[in-house]
Design a binder for this molecule. Structure first.
Ligand SMILES: *Cc1c(COP(=O)(O)O)cnc(C)c1O
Length: 326
């Protein structure tokens, strides 16, 4: 597999990049401003989504260091776990998914896809991360005893090396926007386990310094503000981009999780319907629907100044449309 280097770090070319940056004509008309979408739902592995950019770095690290299987985690309907398993299949790595046994645990959505991919799925009857990571450590121990070398990828691949993927996403947006004659004033994306948001923020500092990056919290972790701030600082350090109090003050996070993580919200459901009706695009009930609901609400509140343009990050998630009732 081909590799490339970004910010001095090597990555695999697993995905289909650059993903398109498209104008949302009907939404732009309705808002009276430029609204564009970065199509990371088209990232080119399995059903696409934001985890591919992160896994390009992490799985390169795994292969380079001789690991032969991967353990990762997430909710029962984790997009991240499914995409990790898909990438592992391409690379000949075993995939072990230790999932939290909450929500939709039947063979639907991503669990159906995990089954097709042949991933080794186990459930932990808890949503306490300490319990989950203890189960991962125990599994890793068993695999090592059997002569395997497991590489552990934390929740959402949200570590600084993975977040570099979203620094590079902003480099793509900057080049595509320039080509299209678009000045980018705002980037709006989801903040789940925070790696995507941290990468977008740090990427904007270098590649689109005039843009403001707003993250919509969907409840995947508690204390997202602190996690995002720490991850942004560490990602900037890895990328060699200055990050102090002034940069930390640019963090803008808004909570639209509603009743909680992976619980569909009425506003999120309406936002999914609106995007489908206006632009023929499908969002999802866990991440991108709530994120778009946040964008719509911020627009209503006058958060975006007149004439300012918006790039919405479509981070994927299609599989849960067919698993979670909303
Ligand atoms: C994981 C995920 C997110 C959140 O990204 P983080 O880096 O975890 O914050 C957003 N959208 C979709 C579809 C995802 O699967």
């Amino acid at each position: 597999m081909q590799t490339s280097t970004f910010c001095g770090r090597e990555r695999l070319q697993l995905g289909a990049f650059p993903t398109p940056l498209q104008r949302l004509d009907n939404l732009s008309r309705e808002f009276g401003r430029e609204v564009w979408v970065k199509r990371d739902d088209m990232s080119g592995v399995a059903l696409g989504g934001n985890k591919v950019r992160k896994l390009e770095f992490l799985l390169h690290d795994a292969l380079k260091n001789g690991y032969d299987c991967v353990i990762t985690t997430g909710g029962a309907q984790s997009n991240h776990a499914m995409i990790t398993a898909a990438c592992c299949n391409r690379l000949g790595l075993g995939a072990y998914l230790v999932l939290m046994g909450r929500g939709v645990t039947e063979r639907r959505g991503n669990l159906l896809l995990n089954d097709l991919l042949g991933a080794q799925v186990s459930f932990v009857d808890s949503d306490d991360f300490e319990v989950v990571y203890a189960a991962i450590d125990a599994l890793a121990e068993r695999l090592r005893a059997a002569g395997k070398k497991p590489y552990i990828i934390p929740l959402g691949a949200s570590v600084p090396l993975g977040a570099l993927g979203y620094v590079s996403c902003v480099a793509e947006i900057a080049a595509q926007a320039q080509e299209a004659g678009l000045g980018v004033d705002h980037i709006v994306g989801c903040c789940g386990s925070c790696g995507t948001y941290a990468g977008l923020l740090v990427g904007a500092l270098r590649y689109l310094p005039a843009a403001r990056v707003s993250g919509i919290i969907v409840g995947a972790v508690s204390g997202a503000e602190q996690i995002a701030a720490d991850m942004a600082r560490d990602t900037a350090a890895l990328a060699g981009i200055p990050f102090g109090a002034e940069q930390a003050a640019q963090i803008r996070l808004f909570d639209y999780q509603g009743a909680g993580y992976a619980i569909p919200s009425p506003a999120g459901n309406r936002a999914i319907g609106k995007m489908a009706a206006l632009e023929g695009l499908f969002l999802d009930p866990v991440y991108t629907g709530k994120t778009f609901a946040g964008l719509l609400d911020l627009h209503e509140q006058g958060y975006f100044a007149p004439g300012e343009s918006i790039v919405f990050l479509h981070s994927g998630g299609a599989a849960t449309l067919f698993a979670i009732d909303f």
